[in-house]
Ligand binder design. Structure first.
Ligand code: FAD
Length: 410
């Protein structure tokens, strides 16, 4: 028996988080849905997410936790499909979960629970999910039908939901297909770049960083995005880890989403502490201590040694001029480092940039000038912070497009 190639009202490209959600939503609303993916299994990124436990949402999700050239774009979809909606789905499927850090929800058992749930939701909508299908060409004919040519045949439908994600983790099947399709249909692309990714440093910095590899410290980093009326800033207070190539850890991953080549990073090594005043207190209480002993009270030993060597004279604190301590205080509160680059798409959890939101309707993710073409998930220029926000965007944008595609019908 040959598989059906006609009669679909919606084709979804990509069986990842956003694609499966869009397909299930459309199918359950009456659309006849086909999902195509080139990977051998659906939801592969979900399976490795959150250390295998999938941080499937964040209860505090709002547009403020996303980067985008238009910071307002995500509001509509996020408001219409909320973390509470996804949690209700998880609970309906009796998937055990727990809250790890504030608002971050994870599976108790395994991320597979989420993939299985989405598969069951697709089955409930009679969605036809086909994996190991290589997409060869995507066009639209004069009658407004999308034509998807694959190595297993040609498929047609009046609605096309593009959910093939970004460029992160090519070995899991990531490609630039969504961006290529967008360009082909005249949609603009905001330059993509690796995000939520470790930062690398040049040879000179690596020389002094190398002995610190593995060391972890809680830091504060303030990041800036946009200009003028759209300018926003965010401060992340979280762990930073020295690696053999540079810096990683949650605070650095968050900062990487904002970082632009050539920019410096100002790292507060003592977040929430008035460093200058604290150094003066230590000098008063322990005048015979040396610089390393003083900084060891505030920083891990190896980092304290490095800082003392670089910025403090030898000798007891009693003999150290206040101006020297004040200067070290300023350095500790705003340690300026100059990243060289990032670990790239091989290590990036997400891709920032993507399909320009100006070309899409924020209500249903449909291309403004191309009826029936929808762009969802990571393919779009909406990038979440670390902590479950990216999946919530995938669910919300997928849901919005799935509903609208079903309403358009065929
Ligand atoms: C290691 C890691 C851990 C993560 N952990 C979390 C987490 O815990 N919480 C969180 O919120 N986010 C997490 N993320 C981010 C999250 O996985 C993504 O934001 C999310 O998967 C994006 O969903 P999507 O459906 O847009 O894309 P994807 O999930 O990437 O799905 C895209 C699908 O399209 C298919 N595809 C791509 N190109 C083609 C092509 N040319 N032809 C056919 N099919 C194609 C792919 O095979 C894939 O199935 C993590 C990411 C990584 C890499």
């Amino acid at each position: 028996m040959t598989a059906r190639t006609a009669g679909f009202t919606t084709i979804v490209l990509g069986a990842g988080a956003a694609g499966l959600m869009a397909a299930a939503t459309a199918g359950q609303a009456g659309a006849r849905v086909l999902v195509l993916d080139h990977a051998p299994h659906a939801g592969r990124k979900i399976l490795i997410s959150g250390g295998g436990r999938c941080n499937f949402t964040n209860m505090d999700t709002g547009a403020g936790q996303f980067l985008s050239a238009n910071p307002h774009f995500a509001k509509s979809a996020l408001a219409r499909y909320t973390p509470a909606d996804f949690l209700a789905l998880v609970q309906r499927h009796r998937i055990p979960w727990h809250e790890k850090a504030a608002g971050q929800l994870f599976c108790d058992r395994s991320a597979r629970d989420i993939v299985d749930m989405l598969r069951r939701e697709c089955a409930a909508g009679q969605v036809d999910v086909r994996v190991s299908h290589r997409i060869i060409d995507v066009t639209r004919d004069g009658a407004g039908q999308y034509r998807v040519e694959t190595d297993h045949g040609i498929f047609h439908a009046p609605n096309l939901i593009v959910a093939t994600g970004g460029l992160s983790i090519p070995k899991l099947g990531a490609t630039g297909l969504a961006h290529d399709i967008a360009r082909r249909f005249g949609l603009r692309i905001v330059a993509p770049a690796p995000a939520l990714v470790p930062l690398t440093f040049g040879a000179q910095d690596r020389e002094w960083m190398e002995p610190l590899a593995g060391l972890s410290v809680t830091v504060g980093i303030t990041c800036h995005e946009g200009e003028g009326r759209l300018a926003r800033q965010a401060t992340f207070r979280d762990g930073m880890v020295f690696t053999h190539r540079g810096l990683s850890g949650p605070a650095i991953l968050q900062a990487s989403s904002y970082w632009q080549p050539g920019q410096a990073l100002d790292i507060d090594l003592l977040p929430g502490i008035d460093a200058g005043r604290r150094l003066q207190e230590i000098k008063r209480d322990r005048p015979r201590a040396g610089g390393v002993a003083m900084l060891s009270m505030l920083l891990p030993q190896r980092l304290a040694q490095l800082m003392a060597q670089a910025h403090l004279p030898d000798g007891q604190l009693a003999g150290m001029p206040d101006a020297v301590l004040a200067n070290v205080g300023r350095i500790l509160s705003g340690w300026r480092l100059n990243p060289h680059g990032t670990e790239g798409y091989v290590k990036a959890e997400v891709t920032r940039g993507g399909v320009d939101t100006d070309c899409l309707s924020s209500r249903d993710m449909q291309a403004r000038d191309v009826p029936g073409l929808f762009m969802v998930g990571e393919a779009v220029d909406v990038t979440g912070w670390l902590g479950g926000y990216n999946f919530q965007w995938a669910w919300a944008s997928g849901h919005a497009a799935g509903q609208a595609a079903a309403e358009r019908g065929g």
